[in-house]
Design a protein around this ligand. Structure first.
Ligand SMILES: [Zn+2]
Length: 244
């Protein structure tokens, strides 16, 4: 049965770089994908003469092209790039998106990741987006009493079944992306202002190989996954989850 999948990331290109191979496979299986972008990526330029409006306009076109690859819808929240904080306003905005889209699966970052590859400090927006997504998932999205103003908008509580977090240092799920790897590179390179083809291919090949080696796969993406239910006690006990 087709599932609804919602990605929650800070910037245009994050979903594609972090989970693009897995999303391509899901899209081919007929699942319905919505990409939620918390910022418009207005700092995504090395040119001091670029205006934020010009950067946003360029990135919006690039994002639309990438989304078209996935047959995905795009929801943008319009927060300022580089300045993200885990506020209650952001949590409410994410709960609103989750209650509208009513996804079976949410894909987001792992909020515990500070460093990667010995060369990279995780962007603070990535950590904040990941933290805010997790904080929206529990307990706000499924509780009537949290953000009652959303009930007034007709947005009833919702239980997300599966959460996939990545990239992560605590992977428990590996996805073989060999068959879609070239498409993943093409998907990422739709964000042409950010990703020149040659170094992008080299970097993402290296990363996918390293992740794949952990499970004997040529090229892979990995995730830390959670299976949620409406009752935490029941899910830990292994009993049947409630339907609401
Ligand atoms: Zn990013």
């Amino acid at each position: 049965m087709a599932k609804r999948i919602l990605t929650v990331f800070a910037h245009p290109d994050d979903a594609e770089t972090m989970a693009g191979g897995t999303l391509l496979k899901w899209a081919k299986e007929g699942h319905e994908i919505t990409l939620c972008l918390i910022t418009d990526g207005d700092k995504g330029t090395a040119d001091p003469n670029d205006t934020p409006a010009a950067v946003v306009a360029r990135r919006r076109i690039e994002q639309a092209r990438a989304a078209a690859h996935l047959g995905a819808r795009v929801v943008t929240l319009g927060y300022e790039d580089g300045m993200l904080q885990p506020t209650l306003d952001l949590r409410r905005d994410l709960v609103r998106v989750m209650r509208r889209v009513r996804p079976n699966v949410v894909v987001a970052g792992d909020p515990t990741v500070w460093f990667r590859h010995g060369t990279y400090i995780n962007h603070p927006d990535h950590r904040v987006a990941a933290q805010s997504a997790v904080e929206a998932l529990y307990p706000a999205v499924k509780k009537h009493g949290i953000f009652p103003e959303l009930l007034a908008e007709g947005l009833e509580p919702h239980v997300v079944e599966d959460v996939w977090l990545g990239p992560t240092d605590e992977a428990d799920t590996w996805i073989d992306i060999a068959e879609v790897f070239e498409e993943k590179i093409a998907l990422i390179c739709e964000h042409a202002s950010q990703f020149p083809p040659a170094p992008t291919r080299a970097a993402f090949t290296r990363m996918a190989r390293e992740v794949g080696q952990e499970r004997g796969l040529a090229l892979a993406e990995s995730f830390r996954t959670l299976r949620l239910s409406s009752s935490t006690v029941r899910s830990i006990a292994g009993g049947p989850a409630l339907s609401t």
